[in-house]
Write a protein that binds this ligand. Structure first.
Ligand code: VGL
Ligand code: ZN
Length: 202
């Protein structure tokens, strides 16, 4: 077992991010066995679930004439427009059936406000609306987080950057993550994480 000050945060291991899903990440299901083993090693295990209403502003389908994977401007900054994914209560939003979700004590749902996307487990994309995860971890005595899941260059990276900014020691286990990797997004995310002091390990 790891020290009780360490938490594992499992990001968005949901059907829509796995092969066959609406926003499939290549090899997204290949990390599940490793994550299941990791979950048995940590006293604190948090799972996140991308959880959008059908009218969510991050969906290209909700913007006239917009193509999936194009960029738009939101009040909080640039935003990628995604295919419809992880709609609340659908099979695509459910955790992958092979993930041992019973080992998690807390599930953070994010992205449920129609007008704000939320990549990070800590803050929505406006960088101020909180999910409550910081308080949960601090009141459980956690000072270090290990992050795994999908996708490396979006929800995992944003979560790791916020964790570091909040003063947690943050480690990303890269071989327990898979990336969308669009227009250099993975290289950008890695550079940002390195600059922020996130530990990138395998
Ligand atoms: C994610 C794009 C849109 C992710 C979520 O989990 O990385 N990416 N919503
Ligand atoms: Zn999403």
């Amino acid at each position: 077992m790891r020290a009780p000050t360490q938490a594992l945060i499992v990001i968005d291991v949901q059907n829509d991010f796995c092969p066959g899903g609406a926003l499939a990440v290549a090899g997204g299901d290949q990390i599940i066995a490793r994550i299941n083993r990791l979950m048995t090693e940590f006293a604190t295990v948090v799972l996140t679930q991308d959880w959008h209403p059908g009218d969510h502003a991050s969906f290209a389908a909700n913007h006239q004439g917009a193509q999936p994977f194009s960029l738009t401007q939101m009040p909080y900054g640039p935003q990628v427009l995604w295919p419809v994914h992880c709609v609340q209560g659908t099979k695509g939003a459910a955790f992958h059936a092979d993930l041992h979700t019973d080992l998690g004590q807390m599930i953070i749902r994010k992205g449920f406000r129609p007008q704000i996307d939320s990549y990070s487990a800590f803050f929505e994309n406006d960088q101020t609306t909180t999910t409550g995860l910081e308080g949960y971890l601090r009141t459980r005595g956690v000072s270090a987080v290990t992050l795994v899941g999908l996708a490396t260059d979006y929800c995992v990276a944003y979560s790791a950057l916020d964790a570091a900014r909040l003063g947690f020691q943050a480690t990303v286990l890269q071989d327990a993550c898979r990336a969308i990797d669009m227009n250099g997004s993975l290289a950008d995310a890695i550079a940002q994480m390195q600059a922020a002091g996130v530990i990138l390990a395998d």
